[in-house]
Design a protein around this ligand. Structure first.
Ligand SMILES: [Zn+2]
Length: 193
């Protein structure tokens, strides 16, 4: 043995690894499509090389998010909406530095690329003006990705409005135009970003 490792030891290690992997519980792939205009692949995309299959509960939340918010929004906009980040397993969320209370982990939030002609702020305003049920709407400065975060909850839709400014990792209240539902007094320290 040039490497000085007994083949039996390698076999043993290999067997133990396979056993461990087989034991790790994996979520079953969800059936059908989450929405009329959205696919599981779009809503679970991740650049990280880890499993990002939603739990059955998160899959149900993603279906509700599509039915109540994303599909109707897509129809209003009249063109496809790009999802930059949707569901994140706790592992993926940790890897991308997401909030510990992130609604991405429960399948209640997506980050949308604003359609051409819209800034993230204008698109956030558009979402609110649509009157569709939203829990949180957050617009990100270009320096922080330039996307618009929207969430939908099956139990509460607070219409919280926040801004993620440049030069910070935090969030500020944002008061949308022509609306009494100001972000002021509506601010939460740990948004579901
Ligand atoms: Zn987000």
């Amino acid at each position: 043995m040039s490497l000085g490792v007994h083949p039996a030891l390698l076999l043993l290690l290999g067997g133990a690894t396979l056993l461990y992997m087989g034991r790790r519980k994996k979520n079953p792939p969800p059936s059908g499509q989450p929405g009329r205009y959205f696919t599981w692949s779009e809503l679970t995309t991740t650049s990280r090389n880890v499993d990002n299959t939603p739990t059955p509960e998160a899959a149900d939340n993603l279906r509700a998010l599509c039915a109540q918010l994303l599909d109707p929004l897509r129809e209003r906009v009249g063109r496809s909406l790009r999802v930059n980040s949707g569901y994140r397993s706790p592992e993926v969320n940790a890897l991308v530095g997401g909030s510990r209370t992130s609604q991405h982990m429960t399948g209640e939030a997506v980050d949308l690329q604003p359609p051409p002609g819209y800034t993230s702020k204008q698109f956030a305003q558009y979402v609110l003006d649509s009157g569709l049920p939203v829990d949180q709407v957050i617009w990100y400065d270009v320096a922080r990705g330039g996307h618009t975060h929207v969430s939908f909850s099956r139990t509460r839709n607070r219409r919280q409005t926040l801004h993620a400014p440049a030069g910070s990792t935090g969030y500020e209240p944002w008061t949308p135009e022509g609306s009494a539902m100001a972000g002021v007094g509506n601010f939460e320290k740990n948004p579901g970003v």
